[in-house]
Write a protein that binds this ligand. Sequence first.
Ligand code: DON
Length: 586
Amino acid sequence: MRQFTHIKIMYIACFFIFALSIEVTTKDFQPIGTVNPSKYIPAQKKISESKNGMVTTQHFIATRVGEKILNQGGNAYDAAIAVGFTLAVVLPRAGNIGGGGFMVMHDSATNKNYSIDYREMAPAKSFTDMYLNEDGSFNTRKLSTFGYLASGVPGTVAGLWEVHQKFGSLDWELLLEDAIHYAENGFEITPYMGDMLTKYKEKLSYFESTKKIFMKNNPDFTGSTLIQKDLANTLKIIAKKGKDGFYKGEVAQKISVQMQKNGGFITEDDLIAYRPQWRKPLISNYRNNKIITMGPPSSGGIHVIQMLNILENHDLKEIGHNTPAYINLLTEVMKYAYADRSKHLGDPDFFNVPVSEIIDKQYAATINSKIKLGESNPSSNILPGSFNDNESIETTHFSVADKNGNVVSSTYTLNSTFGSGVTIEGTGILMNNEMDDFSAAPGIPNQFGLLGAKANEIQPKKRPLSSMTPTIVMKNEELFFTTGSPGGSRIISAVLQSIINIIDFDMNLEEANEAKRIHHQWQPDILQIELSLNDEIKNELQKLNYDVQVINPATCLQLIMKKNNTFYGYGDFRRPDAFASGDIYD
Ligand code: DON
């Protein structure tokens, strides 16, 4: 019953889509206006359209802020930075300054593609066996997901700062104004956010510093105002001092002091030493479209390209979307990719990741020759992983395209919903639990059921392996579409399917988003299908010996497309409050 209600809410609250009108406004700060969440539910079901640019995020306030920055003459980078800070306020379960992520960019002035890794780093004091008992067994006290030992050194502020240094056109301070405004004056809690606060009551009540912010309106969350004064103050310091406002001085000291007091590892030295990394984006070709995506320490891009390379050997349209034969093919392809992930992927600064080998078209052809359609190869060899659906997951993706041809696609996260549950006293900073993305030990699955090996073992200053897959697809040297999603291990399969839906099946954004997604990650050997499955297809798949599991949606694509000089945007119904930019006011 609960599950049914949940699904129903998601459907009712779908699609907040409106046309975008971009005008030039003054530079004086004007908040975007009062936002009444009830206006979004039920929402319009329409693809957003604009000639002047597009913003898609998982919260309508953040979308509106990005749009305002474009209106003020800012470029896509400026808007993305403002969105990143605003999401830290209005989407605290995933938006963050206490976490990290990746951003892929196409820059029109240089006609070049860039990617930046602002992923968290393991603190210097961390060590390979830190989540194991003395006898080598796994410590089941959830130390990697909850509390002080779960956090890596945050990268978001440094990442956004670095992007601003290279590409920003408006003042840094101006880009934080809206985030500060919503932290200081509050914003109305939507029914979806109210549900999340209720669901996570226990986690958000454990640490006093977190409880006093997020449980203040308990139990009547929906419709009340969430005010985050300490976070506003931290954002003001960052606005004034740039990244040093976070990594040095009073904020850094507060993080370090609270960590040391409570057995955490992050020190002021770790914060000062944190550096985001510009990395070469991975670029490949799929049926004459250019795929520009994130390389290691994300596994997302490499495996999306690997799977596209295998699928290129098939006529998917001929096979038919989401038919048993199609699901059979995709599932077998996914098994090979996720199997490689578990062994070969990790932080390239620490481990030699065989990127060119994995994305080699010949390697794809070899895998393709092993796949026997009409059969399923059982996943085997290592300890079975396990999914823990109770520990919900939350990341968020945002994309911005401006009228000058700049495109930004970024996914960032605290990892689990509300991260480690720890807020640093006096700062409002909710900390990530990204250390769980390392492999605690061979054969020990992380919260997404993912297995890892030496490539992804914990080492000081190393970045945990990620599945986040911010991606830009170009055609004839112009933007075709952007894609990206939250969903842990399922991000990779969701992004893959968004690409095939648009390229192979000519779907528009609504269709590409709405289509049911499947997921298989090799271990555990389970084929997941969203929401429901018609009996006939289920029978066919079971005949092939698939262990089929119907799951609630776990991903949320934010898509922008450009066609005939018009931008289109679409917010995924799977997480209410998400939407593409447009006129959300009366
Ligand atoms: O980097 C990763 O792969 C994970 N930390 C992402 C977590 C995530 O997507 C949770 N969201 N739904």
